[in-house]
Design a protein around this ligand. Structure first.
Ligand code: ADP
Ligand code: 5GP
Length: 215
């Protein structure tokens, strides 16, 4: 973020990581522990997979409905990935701003850049596996992907990591989940204290001559 960029209330927190790193585990914990956190459930035109539920994992819609949402300006960003559309709702940004809360976006690096272009005070956090070997182990242990898919995800991981570590604001290594969560929580605490984000309205600094200040 540029030093002169004015901050707005609330925090837009993008969490990106190669699949299998533990980003969903971290995002869910943050959501459970921060009373003012809002999780951005993306809208997609792809079909639900496995146990995915509408309104929990994604909002599943058809292409016509997605197009209408684009036309109505409902997305803060959207993209086509592997032939399907994915978008993040502007309403989540508005809610975080209004409540001075934390909006969590669990999206890829491209999506993170797109939100940051529109909202330069967006906080980009990249989660790293301790090693590529451990990432492979976690993907196999999770048991949701075929071996071929795991191989593809491992190839994609390398280039995503290169982009993430070069451009994101924070890098969190998820070796131990407890420590990684404490790191993520600390990022949120520090970001809340940034000049411009703290609510100073009770100081009434705009009104000179309050009783104690008369000299
Ligand atoms: P992502 O959302 O990044 O794809 P998940 O949160 O689904 O990743 O985590 C992938 C797998 O790795 C899960 O089985 C999860 O329980 C496990 N996992 C997450 N963090 C750790 C960690 N620090 N150590 C060991 N296993 C972990
Ligand atoms: P999947 O279909 O496997 O859930 O996701 C495919 C890709 O789309 C992933 O890289 C995921 O990060 C990305 N994605 C999910 N939601 C969004 C979104 O709202 N916006 C963008 N730009 N990408 C998304």
């Amino acid at each position: 973020m540029n030093e002169s960029t004015p901050l707005q209330p609330g925090i837009l927190l993008v969490l990106s990581a190669p699949s299998g790193t533990g980003k969903t585990t971290l995002a869910r914990r943050l959501l459970a522990e921060l009373p003012d956190a809002i999780f951005s459930i993306s809208v997609t035109t792809r079909q639900p997979r496995g146990r995915e539920q509408d309104g929990v994992d994604y909002h599943f819609v058809d292409v016509a409905s997605f197009q209408e949402r684009i036309n109505r300006g409902e997305f803060v960003e959207w993209a086509e990935v592997h032939g399907h559309f994915y978008g993040s709702s502007q309403a989540v940004v508005d809610e975080a701003r209004a409540k001075r809360g934390v909006a969590i976006f669990d999206i890829d690096v491209q999506g993170g850049y797109a939100i940051k272009r529109k909202h330069p005070d967006t906080v980009l956090a990249f989660v790293l596996p301790p090693s590529l070997e451990e990432l492979g182990r976690r993907l196999r242990e999770r048991g949701t992907d075929a071996e071929e898919t795991i191989r593809r995800r491992m190839l994609a991981a390398r280039s995503e990591i290169e982009r993430g570590i070069a451009t994101y604001d924070y890098i969190l290594v998820n070796d131990d989940i407890e420590r990684a969560y404490q790191d993520l929580h600390s990022v949120v605490i520090a970001e809340r204290c940034r000049r411009g984000r703290v609510d100073l309205s009770n100081l009434h600094l705009e009104k000179p001559g309050t009783p104690d200040s008369g000299r």
